[in-house]
Design a protein around this ligand. Structure first.
Ligand SMILES: [Zn+2]
Length: 153
């Protein structure tokens, strides 16, 4: 599989997780952790309502699962694909987990913490700064979120 195809299919898997989260009544956000050799280690969607847990964002759930599987509190060399710009809490967890690269879809002007708000990775207290690539699969990610919030009203 070419680099480009891998890249697309991994964000597609994160979008699948977002769609599954939406079916559970969650905000449609999905995340996938990928190992240095390109294998999906974990994939998750939001579980905030189901678990009554404000920290159960897709990124946190996927990182926890990957750490459990690997038996390590760090995911050095791993990549994270997430359909929405991580919030400050998730950005901080990504940094703590030493994730190498973050690929995200839609920007989140309301709650994002990477390109706006506290800009966690640009902060001097961020001890580990991943490479960040935005706008990957953003159109589909935004469509899911807009449809979800339109139904909420
Ligand atoms: Zn978050």
């Amino acid at each position: 599989m070419s680099e480009c195809m891998t890249f697309t299919s991994q964000m597609e898997q994160a979008l699948e997780e977002a769609r599954a989260a939406e079916k559970r009544g969650e905000v449609p956000v999905g995340a996938v952790v990928v190992s240095p050799d390109g294998k999906v280690v974990s994939a998750a969607g939001n579980r905030v309502r189901e678990w009554c847990d404000p920290s159960a964002h897709a990124e946190i759930v996927a990182i926890r699962e990957a750490c459990r599987i690997l038996g390590s509190e760090r995911l050095a060399g791993h990549d994270l694909y997430v359909t929405l710009e991580p919030c400050p809490m998730c950005a901080s967890a990504i940094s703590q987990a030493r994730i190498a690269r973050v690929y995200y879809g839609a920007a989140d002007p309301k709650s994002g913490g990477v390109a706006q708000g506290p800009r966690v990775f640009s902060h001097p207290q961020s001890h580990h700064v991943p490479e960040v690539y935005d706008g990957i699969g953003a159109v589909e990610s935004e469509r899911l979120l807009k449809a979800f919030f339109a139904r909420m009203r």
